[in-house]
Write a protein that binds this ligand. Structure first.
Ligand code: P6P
Length: 342
């Protein structure tokens, strides 16, 4: 019999948390709550495959390449289909767009359209799957701009300032769901024994004291002078600060999540290694904008080296952008170096 003195841990499922979040949106009708629930469900389904990829004959590559020109991993395709199949028929969405597809993903005409727009990178970092390195799903939710009927490309080409929800799932030593609706950042860890995401990281704030920096130093010969000067600063080579520890695993979700929790900066600048990608490798809509909304809600900052990522008005679905994201002081320092030397 509990006598009230027990030291018990409050157990909050993601459903309970989303419902409580909904109560802080008086205009909410429950549709957004249901959409978030569907995304969390997709995460559970994807996690069930990523955590046993080696056993399920699902490793390795399909024969296809995607719009990015990247060989599509079988898990990529599975994650992409899972997110689409859980959402196309619900009547909650006007349109979807996926990093894996060249064009928008319309809602089939036999189904109602709704007021939200869902953009996603179904499995970021998938090139790392075969090496058991954490990968992730990134999602962004906007309100439609078009009045009604089939959603449009313009509904998808919105600046990050318009985001209603941004979040990600990371499939690592545990599966986590991290999201914000603009009222702080909250993390949930999947308890596989009950199949529930349980609140494990309420009100995440990124540390003011950075612990790491994450960048692919193998690209230094392709970086601008400003980026290289900033990198020397982080390494303590210009004696302005103590050297930061370098942690880079080549999977955006793993690198971002570590810096979110421990404090630090991740950057993937414009580089001249690939002339077809003068603005760098990462995608504005599917990676930079949602992560910039999350980091800003956690007290950090996301920039393209000159401006806040959230202020960029996308001109195309697969537009790329340089990305400096994490500890606000370090990101602003990067902007200073680029302004001074580039
Ligand atoms: P590089 C993975 O392919 C990815 O898109 C991100 O997840 C990751 O941060 C980046 O590319 C790594 O790129 O050029 O350092 O291998």
């Amino acid at each position: 019999m509990l006598d009230g003195n027990e030291d018990y841990i409050q157990i909050t499922t993601i459903e309970r948390h989303i419902l409580e979040e909904q109560s802080s949106h008086p205009e909410a009708t429950g549709v957004l709550t249901s959409l978030l629930y569907d995304i969390a469900l997709a995460g559970k389904v994807i996690a069930s495959k990523t955590t046993r990829a080696g056993l399920a004959e699902i490793l390795g590559r399909t024969e296809e390449t995607n719009v990015q020109g990247e060989v599509v991993q079988k898990l990529d395709r599975f994650a992409d289909l899972t997110l689409y199949r859980l959402n196309y028929h619900t009547g909650r969405l006007a349109v979807m767009a996926s990093e894996e597809h060249a064009d928008i993903l319309p809602i089939p005409p036999e189904y109602r359209t709704g007021k939200y727009v869902l953009l996603f990178d179904p499995l970021d970092g998938s090139s790392n799957i075969d090496f058991n390195i954490p990968v992730g799903t990134i999602f962004a939710v906007y309100r439609r701009i078009s009045e009604d009927g089939p959603g449009t490309l313009e509904d998808c080409l919105q600046p990050g300032r318009n985001l209603v929800v941004a979040g990600y799932l990371i499939y690592g030593s545990s599966t986590m769901f991290v999201y914000t609706t603009g009222h702080g950042v909250h993390g949930f860890t999947l308890d596989p024994s009950v199949g529930e995401f349980l609140l494990s990281h309420p009100h995440i704030r990124t540390s003011e004291e950075p612990a790491y920096f994450s960048a692919n130093l193998g690209n230094r010969t392709c970086w601008s002078e400003g980026v290289n000067k900033f990198t020397d600063y982080l390494l303590g080579l210009d004696s302005q600060r103590e050297a930061l520890n370098l942690r880079y695993i080549g999977s955006l979700m793993a690198d971002f999540h570590r810096n979110l929790l421990s404090g630090g900066i991740f950057y993937y600048p414009a580089d001249r290694k690939d002339p077809t990608k003068p603005r760098g490798k990462l995608r504005l809509l599917y990676e930079a904008s949602p992560l910039a909304f999350i980091i800003e809600q956690a007290g950090g900052y996301g920039s393209d080296g000159e401006q806040n990522i959230l202020d960029i008005h996308p001109e195309s679905l697969h537009q790329r952008t340089p990305l400096f994201i994490g500890n606000r002081e370090l990101v602003e320092k990067a902007e200073d170096f680029l302004k001074r030397y580039d």
